[in-house]
Write a protein that binds this ligand. Structure first.
Ligand code: NAD
Length: 379
């Protein structure tokens, strides 16, 4: 069985799906590991390191592989080069990438989407949403600290006392909690808000004050949030306004699965922030938690600089790749069997992790919401 590590071709994607440290784990499973030339280039990993770890660097890796792993979905040209019956493992946001899904279906590829791996305890080691959110949350706090032209920590010096920065974090899931923990480690005073009741305790456990707006909490299924009604959203914005006006830095990380990011902060709210204030909107790419934020740009709103995130985990490609590679290799291991002394990539579709993550198989779309969306489109 051959597994190929693709070179990412999307602009701005610096990660790689397997790092040299994990090549040995794949060879132990029984795979021959092939790597496209320069696959690790943007993550500062040389071809030589893959070769030293036991992989072959091969420009034809995709065409001969049984399984191809990547971070972003493969481009059409690469999908068409795959062997019939080959499998792919990557992020595959099916709503945003309907063409990739159709290509994978039409080429008879069995595709797995890392973001569809069910977030159950048994699948924690394959949870790439969490591993990448952890990187993104850390990065958001560092960006805020870097942009803010003042100290995060309290400084008591012979020349006087400098008060700590005040940071507000909205959305305290995996990324938000990591942003809080990082800002706290840098010494800022942090307040945070999330619509889920369970988040309050988690916010306190990483050293921040949990903002209690005395609004109804919004638990959805699987530990996620539910969407707000417009009335509740307006009330939430009104109640959050004084916290945001008083903050030196605001970091927003709120998301609702399958929906545009909720707008938590209007332009008018940002305009009330003081001179030099900094806003970091991790959700800028999915619509934005902050009105007016632009993915990959810094825009000025009032006196504040507003930084919009775009593929934020890719800004730390080394660690993000290492974590992602662990997730991918664990998923590959789950789908690998030894039969009659022969190693096979043999997904067991009765396993809820495998079934949940599969998008296309045998010329059909198996992920029901995607199938319905694409059929609806063509009807
Ligand atoms: P996410 O990226 O979907 O959302 C980020 C955060 O935004 C969530 O905490 C959500 O409650 C919050 N949010 C949504 N609307 C908001 C609003 N209007 N105002 C303020 N905050 C809002 O979520 P995530 O970080 O991927 O995960 C969220 C939670 O899911 C985790 O904290 C955990 O409880 C659970 N989870 C479980 C597992 C597991 O069991 N393996 C894995 C990952 C996450």
């Amino acid at each position: 069985m051959r597994i190929a590590v693709a070179r990412e071709t999307r602009q701005g994607e610096a990660r790689v799906a397997v790092v040299p440290e994990l090549v040995g784990k794949l060879t132990t499973l029984g795979y021959e590991v092939l790597v496209e030339p320069e696959a690790g280039h943007h993550a500062l990993i040389a071809d030589r390191e893959y070769a030293e770890a036991g992989a072959s660097v091969d420009a034809d890796a995709l065409a001969v592989a049984d399984v191809v792993v990547s971070v972003q979905p493969l481009p059409t040209a690469s999908i068409r080069r795959l062997r019939p019956g080959a499998a792919t493992i990557s992020f595959l946001p099916t709503q945003q990438e309907p063409d990739a899904v159709r290509d994978l279906r039409d080429c008879g590829v069995t595709s797995f989407a890392m973001e569809l791996v069910p977030r159950i305890s048994r699948a924690q080691s394959m949870d790439a949403l969490s591993s990448q959110a952890l990187v993104a949350g850390y990065r958001c706090a560092i960006v805020a600290a870097g942009m803010l032209r003042r100290f995060f920590p309290l400084n008591m010096t012979a020349a006087g006392t400098v008060p700590p920065a005040e940071v507000v974090v909205l959305g305290a899931g995996v990324a938000g909690l990591q942003a809080i923990a990082t800002a706290r480690r840098l010494g800022a005073v942090v307040k945070a808000y999330d619509v889920r009741a369970a988040a309050a305790e988690e916010i306190r456990s990483v050293g921040a004050q949990s903002i209690d707006l005395e609004l109804e909490t919004l638990e959805g299924s699987g530990g996620y949030a539910r969407e707000m009604t417009e009335d509740r959203a307006a009330r939430q914005r009104e109640l959050l306004t004084p916290y945001i006006a008083a903050a030196d830095a605001l970091i927003t990380t709120a998301a609702v699965p399958g929906r545009q990011a909720p707008v938590l902060v209007t332009r008018q709210m940002v305009e009330q922030m003081g001179p030099g204030a900094v806003v970091v909107d991790l959700a800028a790419e999915s619509g934005g938690n902050v009105q007016g934020s632009e993915p990959g740009e810094v825009v000025r709103i009032g006196d504040a600089q507003v930084w919009g995130g775009r593929n934020v985990p890719s800004q730390m490609p080394g660690p993000a790749s290492r974590l992602y590679a662990q997730n991918v290799v664990n998923l590959v291991a789950l789908m690998t069997r030894e039969e009659d002394g022969e190693v096979r990539f043999a997904p067991d579709f009765d396993d809820e992790i495998v079934a949940g993550a599969c998008v296309t198989h045998d010329g059909a779309i198996r992920h029901e919401p995607t199938r319905l969306a694409l059929e609806g489109e063509s009807a």
